[in-house]
Structures are given as structure tokens and as C-alpha cells.
Design a binder for this molecule. Structure first.
Ligand code: ADP
Ligand code: MG
Length: 243
């Protein structure tokens, strides 16, 4: 589904992504792991088009993404959860999700003005139910705990039609109970046909949920395989201990 070939992105002297190649198969959960600064978030920025590679290729369903805009890439069906929160703190959960529906600029205000549209309401209600947050929909997002905000951001990233969902550290800083909810949601999304690319620092979480694991170090893939293969890989241990 997604094919990354020899991708490079340098920031001055920092080789953030340095000749990276890998593939993602449809309807799988792939985890991208690696020490801090190994290039994981930069790879997400490259895939979603926020930054452009110095060289190399990104293909999504055989179509080259490297010359497309952020909006065009998102319209191809690539959705993303950011590492940092992007909710409007003064709006309710429901309002935040209403704004996120069909987020293109042209539809933004139309959508906001049209917020009593029953189709929008039912989409939002079913997604809130999936993430177990229905009872909080009229709260302001500033009144939620960190983990609850994370769940709403996940809800937001799956609200619009998509094929590939990229999650950047969905459970970092989240308590164990909500971690389990997030894990359940990710598995359920896969069952519904989604393909998921996940960055996560928590090894237990990652190795429990992933079908395939790709390990980055200094912008390069140093290992990939099943969770069991990665657990016992010497290079991976060295990269993490070095970190
Ligand atoms: P990770 O997500 O794996 O922790 P990042 O992709 O955020 O790593 O960063 C990889 C490297 O690139 C780091 O050394 C980081 O400091 C550097 N980097 C990332 N973005 C920028 C930028 N916009 N300008 C300069 N350096 C950057
Ligand atoms: Mg990161």
C-alpha cells in the first residue's frame, strides 16, 4: 500500500532521514520504532507532505506522493494523529469534531454553520462511541485529562474517510486504563479494514499490537520483522541501549 524508497531528508548537517526504504501492506498494523531523534516523526512529515524529501520516493497505491500538497495527500486517504495536541481548548468535544469533518478550507465554515446536519451528528456519535467518550461530548476539551484528549484526537483522525492512519505516539503520557482503550480502538480499526502505521516509544504496547515492526536508527532502517524477531534482535537492543 505504501512504498518508501531511498528517502532522504537532511536539516543542515542533521541527517534526519537518510536513505530509508520500507513497505506497508494493506490492513496491517506496522510499528515504526527507534531511539529519540532517529527520524520517525520526520518520516511522518514526509509521508503527509508537510515537508518534501531531498531525494527518494513515496508511493501510495502505486501513485507517487512526493509532488503532491498536504491537502491532496490527505484526500488520497492518508490521515494522521500528531505528536502534539491540536484541539481547540475553548470548544466542546463535539464542536472540535464538527470542525474536523471535511476539513478542507472551503468546507470549514460551511460545516461549522451546518453543524446540526444529522449526518454529521451520527458520524460523530458513532466515532465517540468507538473511543468510549460519548458521555464527554459536551465538555470543553480543556476539561479533559491528557489521555482523554488523546482519544478525542484519535477520533478526529478517523472521522473522515481514510485508508492509511498514521499515529505518532498515541499512548505517550497516557494512563494504563486509557492505554488499553487506545489499544482496543487500534485493533478494532484494523478489523474494520484500516491500515495503521504507528510510532510508539512504549515497547510493550508496540510489540503487543503490531503485525510488523520497522526499526529506525539515525534515519536508516536497521531491522524489521515480526514483534518476536525484533524482541530478540541484537542490533535493536544496541540502538536502544546506546540511546
Ligand atoms: P524522532 O521522531 O524519531 O524522535 P525526529 O524525526 O523528530 O525524530 O528528528 C530526527 C532528527 O532530525 C533529530 O535530530 C531532530 O533534531 C532533527 N530535526 C527534525 N526536524 C527538524 C527541523 N525542522 N529542523 C532541524 N532539525 C530537525
Ligand atoms: Mg517523534
Amino acid at each position: 500500500m505504501l512504498q518508501i524508497s531511498n528517502l532522504k531528508k537532511h536539516f543542515g548537517g542533521v541527517k534526519a532521514v537518510d536513505g530509508c526504504s520500507f513497505e506497508i501492506k494493506p490492513n496491517t498494523i506496522t510499528a515504526l520504532i527507534g531511539p529519540n531523534g532517529s527520524g520517525k516523526s520526520t518520516l511522518f512529515d514526509l509521508i503527509s507532505g508537510i515537508i518534501k524529501p531531498d531525494s527518494g520516493n513515496i508511493k501510495f497505491n502505486k501513485e507517487n506522493l512526493t509532488n503532491l500538497s498536504v491537502e491532496q495527500i490527505s484526500n488520497k486517504g492518508i490521515s494522521r494523529l500528531f505528536q502534539q495536541s491540536r484541539l481547540f481548548s475553548n470548544l466542546t468535544i463535539e464542536e472540535n469534531l464538527e470542525l474536523a469533518l471535511n476539513q478542507e478550507d472551503t468546507k470549514f465554515w460551511k460545516n461549522f454553520l451546518n453543524r446540526n446536519n444529522p449526518d454529521n451528528k451520527s458520524t460523530i456519535n458513532s466515532i465517540l462511541k468507538l473511543v468510549n467518550m460519548s458521555q464527554h461530548k459536551n465538555k470543553k476539551s480543556s476539561d479533559l485529562s491528557f489521555g482523554q484528549k488523546r482519544l478525542i484526537e484519535i477520533a478526529r483522525s478517523i472521522l473522515n474517510p481514510h485508508k492509511l492512519l498514521m499515529l505518532d505516539e498515541p499512548v505517550a503520557g497516557v494512563n494504563p486504563k486509557l492505554r488499553n482503550t487506545i489499544s482496543r480502538v487500534i485493533k478494532q480499526l484494523k478489523q474494520q479494514g484500516d491500515t495503521i502505521l504507528l510510532i510508539e516509544h512504549d515497547m510493550n504496547f508496540t510489540l503487543n499490537i503490531a503485525d510488523h515492526v520497522i526499526v529506525l536508527d539515525n534515519g536508516k532502517v536497521i531491522a524489521e520483522g515480526t514483534p518476536d524477531q525484533i524482541r530478540n534482535n541484537k542490533k535493536v537492543l544496541e540502538a536502544y541501549l546506546g540511546d
